[in-house]
Design a protein around this ligand. Structure first.
Ligand SMILES: CC(=O)SCCNC(=O)CCNC(=O)[C@H](O)C(C)(C)COP(=O)(O)OP(=O)(O)OC[C@H]1O[C@@H](n2cnc3c(N)ncnc32)[C@H](O)[C@@H]1OP(=O)(O)O
Ligand SMILES: O=C([O-])CC(=O)C(=O)O
Ligand SMILES: [Mg+2]
Length: 297
């Protein structure tokens, strides 16, 4: 089954306590950061700490993602070379563009072959956070078959656009839309930017719901207290599940009567509505909210 990435928790790669406890916080993925959460003077020691953490700590089913430095800095190539050799699940490539994804893809081909790892086994997530990256996101995803998702970086993107970042996030509406659409077209995950006020739970829930409503499939987090809220927004609600189950029941009845289109509660039900109901039920089963037989738990 494909990997769930509802929540991806960032943590500074130079914080041993956070790296140690990261598996038990409930996030689907953890992002061990070597880029912006680590100061220039700590880049080399953080890289070693993250390598040792991956070698020695059992992160179980949690996806281990490392955010390396941009490939065109003095740190990026060192990060890729040292970290890929201990086989993280995924590398997160900041300030991503087509050229950088192709470059890291080649480096990984070489490292996997030298280390005897399965070719293509280390995956990539492109961090889209520049105007160029956003406008070319479709090509960025297609630049390597390793790309399994895109993460939208709202802080750097708005800085690059020269605009302010707000609590409501209207300024990143186009970016969310564009990323979600490209990701849906190419069947990879689209993960939203973190909500940076860790005490504003209502704001986090609204912001996550906005991203979900535009088709994004997950959200990054910067604090463990954000994970549960993100998961609850990405789970189908009880009302959505019940409605989807009723649609599928009604469809079975309609099929018996040879009808392709029918009404439920006065609303037309046809193929797109049925497809949506099927995916809601599948998601409910996957998250353990309903049983495989379709009954509520
Ligand atoms: C724009 C960007 O690039 S975002 C990506 C880069 N940024 C990051 O990685 C920042 C990650 N987050 C953090 O460092 C912190 O959560 C902060 C600085 C935002 C807030 O720190 P605090 O106020 O200390 O958080 P809080 O009081 O909630 O911490 C509670 C516990 O959770 C732990 N914790 C907090 N954040 C994280 C995290 N992101 N990952 C793992 N553990 C964490 C703390 O170590 C603390 O553990 P303890 O109780 O064992 O001491
Ligand atoms: O990945 C993120 O969302 C954080 C980030 O780098 C940004 O917003 O610039
Ligand atoms: Mg950034």
């Amino acid at each position: 089954m494909e990997k769930l990435r509802r929540s991806m928790l960032f943590m500074p790669g130079n914080n041993p306590g956070m790296l140690q406890d990261a598996a038990i916080l409930g996030a689907d993925s953890i992002i061990l950061d070597l880029e912006d959460a680590v100061s220039l003077t700590e880049k080399d020691s953080a890289r070693i700490l993250v390598r040792e953490a991956i070698k020695t700590i059992d992160y179980s089913e949690v996806e281990v993602v490392v955010r390396v430095n941009p490939l065109d800095t003095e740190f990026g190539p060192h990060d890729v070379d040292m970290i890929a050799r201990v086989k993280p699940d995924t590398l997160l490539i900041p300030k991503a563009n087509e050229e950088q994804i192709k470059l890291v893809d080649k480096m990984l081909d070489q490292i996997e072959s030298e280390e005897g790892y399965l070719a293509g086994s280390i995956k990539l997530i492109a961090l889209i956070e520049t105007a160029v990256g956003l406008e070319t996101v479709y090509n960025v995803i297609q630049a390597s078959t390793r790309v399994v998702g895109v993460l939208l970086g709202g802080e750097d993107l708005t800085a690059d656009l020269g605009i302010a970042r707000t609590r409501e996030g209207e300024e990143i509406f186009y970016a969310r839309n564009k990323v979600a659409t490209a990701c849906r077209a190419l069947k990879v995950d689209s993960i939203d930017t973190p909500f940076t006020d860790t005490d504003d739970y209502e704001g986090l829930a609204e912001d996550t719901a906005k991203a979900k409503s535009l088709g994004m499939t997950g959200k990054s987090a910067i604090n463990p207290r954000q994970i549960e809220i993100i998961h609850s927004v990405f789970a189908p609600s009880e009302a959505e599940l019940n409605h989807a189950l009723r649609v599928l029941d009604a469809m079975e009845e309609a099929e018996k009567e040879g009808k392709g289109v029918f009404a439920l509660d006065g609303k037309m039900i046809d193929a797109p509505v049925i497809n949506r109901a099927t995916s809601t039920v599948d998601q409910g089963i996957r998250l353990g909210l309903i049983s495989g037989e379709g009954g509520a738990r």
